[in-house]
Ligand binder design. Structure first.
Ligand code: SF4
Ligand code: SF4
Length: 91
């Protein structure tokens, strides 16, 4: 199984409230945006024109990588509330 195939093998029960909160003001001083490259679900995008980071929490695989890799403390991450989030189905 390849990581890039995970979205096709995964279902999500989406909460109306995000479990990922980003301090986007901090992101404007971030040079490399490692969260964009590190997220296996491509939840992060950085718009060079506006210098703004966007995150899509609905397809988060809950690996926690973005929380660890952001060395500026800009990512406030928690697991989704009970009953919500990722549901893997490996068939
Ligand atoms: S690594 Fe942290 S500071 Fe940099 S763009 Fe991502 S969330 Fe923002
Ligand atoms: S927890 Fe993992 S899958 Fe979810 S946004 Fe962060 S890096 Fe991406």
């Amino acid at each position: 199984m390849k990581v890039e195939n995970l979205p096709q093998l995964t279902q999500f029960i989406v909460d109306e409230q995000s479990h990922i909160i980003i301090n986007k003001d901090v992101c404007q001083s971030c040079d490399q945006h490692p969260c964009v490259r590190a997220c296996p679900a491509n939840c992060y995008t950085f718009d060079e024109a506006t210098q703004r980071l966007s995150v899509v929490y609905e397809t988060c695989l809950e690996c926690g990588t973005c929380h660890v890799i952001c060395d500026k403390g800009a990512v406030d991450w928690s697991y989704p509330r009970g009953g919500y989030g990722v549901c893997c189905r490996l068939t």
